[in-house]
Unconditional design. Structure first.
Length: 266
């Protein structure tokens, strides 16, 4: 941590940690490789689109937005689970906490720093998809996909918070695995509830209902197929998604801070 940390201003300390986290993340070559790889996928989508009988734009949006979500999730998981553990392994955490930095400020700063990294990467990836659509002469769709990209970013925020929460008490490998499971189940949560309503076993139904309410419903942020058909989410859908993501992130970070505050690094 190279940024000076103010003794009297928690907000400045959080921003300093977030800024350092962002700089560390963008120096990681994996992030650049992922962006380049997504742009290559978009280029492939253009070539595939030429074989889809006039459906170039729809093919580009489908492949581009799904690739954006997948690789954004990889960044959120693999970078997120390492934010805390890396500081502990390098033992720099002792140097950080020797300064006037609270553990809650540390966790919050790490989260905000990675969210800023994801925001930049999501924007670059989305820009690549838009440029590909402009290339195939569909400028209107190049603009209308941005609300769907906006939803993807807020989904990635939840994934980041989940990764940090697990990494506050578990190993990086297990944290990554658990976060990936949450991501998968989060996209199937509506199906789980439908399955629960059709089961005859009360115990199994109660278990699935509990999973539905405890784990994030990431299907709320899915608008990729609709975006490919030139549809735009309503303002109420966007507003609810933002509130849902914000609430979930606050809850997960609170849990992470409580666990991390009680952790013994010796």
């Amino acid at each position: 941590m190279t940024e000076p940390l103010s003794a009297g201003n928690p907000f400045k300390r959080v921003l300093a940690i977030a800024g350092n986290t962002f700089r560390e993340a963008i120096r990681d070559r994996v992030l650049y490789n992922l962006v380049v790889f997504v742009l290559l996928i978009v280029a492939c989508a253009i070539l595939l689109g030429e074989l889809t009988n006039g459906q170039e734009a729809r093919t580009i949006v489908n492949i581009g937005l799904n690739a954006l979500l997948i690789f954004g999730t990889f960044i959120a998981i693999f970078v997120g689970v390492g934010l805390v553990s890396k500081e502990i392994e390098k033992r720099t955490v002792f140097n950080i906490f020797s300064k006037p930095v609270g553990r809650g400020e540390f966790v919050t700063g790490k989260f905000l720093g990675l969210c800023l990294t994801l925001l930049v990467n999501t924007f670059v990836m989305g820009l690549g998809v838009s440029l590909a659509l402009i290339y195939v002469n569909n400028s209107s769709l190049a603009l209308s996909i941005w609300p769907a990209i906006f939803l993807i970013f807020f989904e990635l925020m939840i994934t980041t918070a989940v990764a940090i929460m697990f990494s506050s008490f578990s190993t990086p490998a297990l944290s990554a695995l658990l976060t990936f499971f949450v991501f998968i189940i989060g996209h199937l949560s509506s199906s789980l509830r439908d399955l629960a309503s059709g089961l005859s076993s009360r115990m199994a139904s109660l278990f699935l209902e509990t999973v539905y309410f405890l784990l994030p419903n990431l299907a709320l942020f899915s608008f990729r197929t609709e975006a490919a058909n030139e549809l735009v989410p309503t303002a109420s859908m966007l507003g609810y998604a933002v509130l849902y993501s914000t609430f979930y992130c606050v809850v997960l970070l609170t849990i992470a801070i409580i666990i991390f505050s009680r952790r013994n690094f010796k």
